[in-house]
Design a protein around this ligand. Structure first.
Ligand SMILES: Cc1cc2nc3c(=O)[nH]c(=O)nc-3n(C[C@H](O)[C@H](O)[C@H](O)COP(=O)(O)OP(=O)(O)OC[C@H]3O[C@@H](n4cnc5c(N)ncnc54)[C@H](O)[C@@H]3O)c2cc1C
Length: 550
């Protein structure tokens, strides 16, 4: 294995929206910045093929009373179930306009026909307070990559960061090339984690097509897993979400459709719209994300997104935005199959479970370890969140370096580097063994059956034991034929670590909250209006309660 040591001030692990924004800001402030990206920053991650809603607060549009918008966010069911600190949301609101102005300047069009356009994710009667700004994000990644390179950021594509190097602070990381026999030691003063969501912990809604997931399947919770192993606090790991969209053609973007959700009786399911309306879409799926699944269980399905009766202009409008929302493949598929949305409704389904907890960071993007920052889907998703907290991570990493002049001696980390290298070489060196696929199938089956939609203490405890046994086996037997398979094996091992935190947290949250359903504790307990922190000590994994600070 060739080993290359890279020295810099800041390492951004992950070159998605958050990672690139962090890199741009840190470089602006004079730091030497490197980005290590598992794929290629031009098209990688959840934002890789575009997004079309930038949730934001624009004083000229929304007025100066930011508090009423803050209240709306904090009280929404999603954020209530995450119990997140209010300061976090205030910061996002306050900074979102600055970010969108920058993006517009750099070449990501934030206006439509010369004006701010708000549509989708909006309930009739509440249009004036909508924060769902439409923007043309298809090329956001090439634009951000260009901005980073322009500032001298060095990007290492096809490099998967596999372990953090920390003593009492973050001093670097280890990475592997996903194609060549090469390992990287990043020797830096601060590390920013922006490796995105944790997909693939649960099976796809089409299990035979494992990577048919609603978000980027290459984001396997690597940042969370390596942070956890380094003793960093994770939060609300028991929480999970469900998406909805076209049946079997799994893709996010439900708020971009301009149709009406109807049952087989052709009646609108929700109370919001009766015919296609470009301003609203059908907000029923925001209020009821598991609608299609609940209908199926109740024997009331199928459920359709019905665009019939839509005007030509509105259909063109919808397709324009679906193209920016990473749904080009879907539009092409409909065209190839001769499906005309003006004539045919499209069946929708609830997409499988995805893990929602993440790395706990505050409004300055600081994690529980000095010099280590996190942003974006590492904690809580959405484009503007990734942009704002990525930016702040870059800014605060540089401030930390300037104020504390941290030691970059990673020689004392040699033991850790050797251990990472040994595990990699073991996986590559085995003559016989299990494939990443076998291990992933076993893990996903366990997660679905024991930590899925219904969770009880005995089932969770049995599942935890099963997972721990499987993880041991995977560690002992996984085998990769090449570096691409190595990346997949390491991703699965990370998912095993995350899976364990999900079980431990789900056992501890003895209540029903949002999608975390405990038939043995069937109500939401106000005494548990708290965050659940999960962290590893030298000897054990600890799960503890924390008040969300105001
Ligand atoms: C189809 C679709 C539509 C969406 N639409 C919207 C929308 O309209 N509005 C909105 O607000 N949000 C939307 N989202 C969510 C939004 O895209 C994400 O919240 C956002 O991209 C998060 O940015 P991020 O940088 O945290 O993660 P990502 O953009 O996913 O970037 C993570 C990066 O880390 C890399 N990586 C992962 N592991 C490693 C590793 N070990 N080492 C190195 N690199 C690694 C990945 O390859 C990836 O490039 C949508 C998502 C999807 C999938």
């Amino acid at each position: 294995m060739n080993i290359e040591t890279i020295e810099a001030d800041v390492l951004c692990a992950g070159g998605g929206i958050a990672g690139l924004m962090a890199a741009i800001r840190a470089a602006d402030l004079g730091a030497k910045v490197v980005v290590a990206e598992k794929a290629n920053t031009l098209r990688s991650g959840a934002g890789g093929v575009g997004n079309d809603h930038f949730s934001c607060y624009i004083p000229d549009v929304h007025g100066n009373n930011i508090d009423s918008y803050l209240k709306k966010q904090v009280n929404s069911p999603r954020f209530r179930s995450l119990m997140m600190p209010e300061k976090f949301w205030r910061t996002r609101l306050e900074k979102s306009y600055e970010m969108l102005k920058l993006w517009d300047e750099w070449g990501v069009p934030m206006k439509y026909h010369g004006r701010f356009e708000f549509a989708g994710h909006t309930v009739p009667g509440q249009e004036a307070s909508s924060m769902a700004l439409k923007y043309s994000g298809r090329n956001q990644k090439p634009v951000l990559t260009k901005q980073a390179l322009k500032r001298g950021v060095e990007i290492f594509n096809r490099v998967m960061v596999i372990d953090l190097l920390t003593n009492d602070a973050a001093t670097g990381a280890v990475g592997v090339d996903t194609r060549e026999q090469k390992m990287f030691i990043f020797k830096v003063k601060s590390v920013i984690l922006g490796t995105g969501m944790c997909m693939n912990l649960y099976p796809s809604a089409t299990p035979a097509w494992m990577f048919n997931q609603h978000s980027a399947p290459g984001t396997t919770g690597d940042g969370r897993a390596m942070a956890f192993r380094a003793g960093v606090e994770l939060v609300n790991m028991e929480s999970f979400g469900k998406g909805a969209g076209p049946r079997y053609f799994i893709r996010s973007g439900r708020g971009t459709w301009v149709g009406v959700m109807r049952g087989p009786d052709n009646k609108p399911i929700g109370p919001f719209v009766e015919k296609p309306h470009r301003r609203y879409g059908d907000p029923i799926l925001d209020s009821w994300p598991s609608l299609c699944e609940d209908y199926a269980i109740a024997g009331k399905g199928p459920v359709y997104m019905d665009c019939t009766g839509i005007s030509d202009e509105d259909l063109e409008y919808q397709n324009y935005w679906l193209g920016h929302e990473g749904n080009t493949a879907l539009i092409n598929h409909l065209k190839e199959e001769g499906i005309d949305l003006k004539k045919s409704a499209v069946e929708f389904m609830t997409y499988g479970l995805f893990s929602r907890g993440g790395i706990f960071h505050n409004e300055n993007s600081e994690t529980s370890i000095k010099g280590l920052y996190a942003a974006g889907d590492e904690y809580v998703g959405q484009i503007s969140t990734a942009a704002v907290f990525g930016w702040l991570a870059g800014e605060n990493a540089v401030k930390y370096i300037q104020e504390q002049n941290p030691d970059t001696e990673i020689e004392i980390m040699q033991e850790k580097i050797d251990s990472s290298r040994n595990s990699v070489e073991e996986i590559l060196g085995r003559e016989n063994g299990a494939s990443w696929k076998e291990a992933l199938i076993a893990l996903q089956q366990t997660m679905l059956d024991y930590a899925g939609s219904l969770r009880t203490e005995p089932v969770l405890s049995a599942g935890l034991k099963h997972l721990q046994r499987l993880r041991k086996k995977a560690k002992k037997t996984l085998k990769a034929e090449n570096h691409h398979e190595l990346m997949l094996c390491l991703g699965v091992l990370n998912l095993f670590d995350i899976g364990e935190t999900v079980f431990l947290s789900a056992i501890e949250r003895k209540e029903t909250r949002g999608s975390h359903k405990r038939p043995d504790y069937p109500f939401t307990n106000p005494l548990m209006n708290k965050m659940l922190i999960c962290r590893k000590t030298e000897t054990e994994t600890v799960v503890e309660w924390r008040e969300p600070s105001k």
